[in-house]
Design a protein. Structure first.
Length: 335
């Protein structure tokens, strides 16, 4: 059995507005990532994906606040650690984060090598410049980045090169878990392919032990991750293998998400595009039952009262009042 690199148990985090209102952007989320595995998290904008990423890193800065749950990284529950301990002994070495809009994450006034020096010395002040340069050069070359990038300022790099440089810096200390928050967004197709190839190489070469890949493009995850979780309004609505989530989604929201995207994969090219009506619920006052109920064409009265979590064989699960057979029958009949 593979070692569990990251385990999250019933994690709940919230934003507190300037009016004192609680917005639960991550609501009782549980997940597990094993060594050598990658997990994709998909969902539309505003569903809580990036907030979940920040929460897993322990980035609790107002207005984001930790409420409850556990985040266990390589056997340590970081919710029990002092923020300074998390910064010194966890971030960068145990878990690392590629932020959304990573192209803007580099200090424009410093060369890349100077940025790397700051990162490394924050964890090991005994490292000298030559050691850091040798480490950076080796890492960059292994990841397909020319060593001369180290002597450049961010403004001298293209968008795709900036993105790949941020990824290289994020894993310079060999983290056990890497969280990539929409790392291929805002890039052209060629740059996207290079970034995805780079992330795969990180896993294959052992630079990172496991990975979480976040995106709103569910089909993209089929080519990148082993498993997929679908997130909506702060909750996980479905989880399963990448093949199951893309080619055989169970939850009506997952099915709607797949139906709203043009997909090049064989077997999905002829699927008729459909829109998901309505808007997500207000998380200041989330509904009592299924949070997707108001937008679901399969809704029935009990959906608005409660919701069941069905756990199937192989680790697959979905949150819905319908049984698996009832869902498949409804999809077959078109209602």
């Amino acid at each position: 059995m593979s070692k569990v690199m990251l385990e999250v148990k019933e994690l709940t985090t919230k934003y507190i507005t300037r009016f004192g209102e609680d917005v639960y952007a991550v609501d009782h989320v549980s997940l597990k990532v094993e060594e050598g595995k990658s997990l994709g998290i998909a969902g539309e904008s505003g569903c809580g994906k990036s907030t979940l990423a920040l929460s897993l890193m322990g980035y609790y800065f107002a207005p984001l606040h930790y409420t409850s749950g556990e985040i266990i990284i390589n056997g340590r529950n970081i919710t029990k650690l002092d923020p300074d301990d998390v910064r010194k002994s966890v971030l960068g070495t145990e878990i690392a984060y590629i932020p959304q809009a990573a192209m803007n994450a580099l200090n424009p006034t410093q060369k890349v090598i100077n940025i790397i020096e700051d990162v490394v010395k924050a964890h090991d002040s005994s490292k000298n410049k030559k050691d850091i340069y040798d480490l950076a050069k080796k890492s960059f070359e292994v990841l397909g980045l020319p060593a001369e990038v180290l002597q450049k300022y961010p403004v001298e790099l293209s968008g795709g090169m900036k993105q790949r440089t941020v990824i290289a810096i994020s894993v310079i200390l060999g983290p056990k878990v890497l969280i990539a928050d929409e790392p291929s967004s805002a890039l052209d197709v060629t740059s996207q392919k290079m970034v995805i190839k780079m992330l795969r190489n990180l896993m294959e070469n052992g630079y990172v032990k496991s990975m979480i890949f976040i995106t709103h493009e569910l089909p993209l995850l089929y080519n990148v991750t082993d498993d997929i979780m679908v997130m909506y309004a702060g909750q996980i609505l479905e989880k399963g293998s990448a093949k199951e989530a893309v080619f055989d989604p169970l939850h009506p929201y997952s099915k709607g998400l797949m139906g709203s995207i043009i997909v090049p994969e064989a077997g999905l090219r002829d699927v008729k595009l459909t829109a998901i009506p309505g808007v997500p619920p207000n998380l200041k006052k989330p509904p009592a039952g299924c949070r997707f109920a108001e937008r679901c064409k399969y809704v029935r009265p009990e959906c608005k009262a409660s919701v069941n979590l069905h756990e199937l064989e192989g680790g697959r699960a979905y949150r819905c009042v319908y049984s698996e057979d009832e869902l498949r029958e409804a999809y077959k009949n078109g209602h």
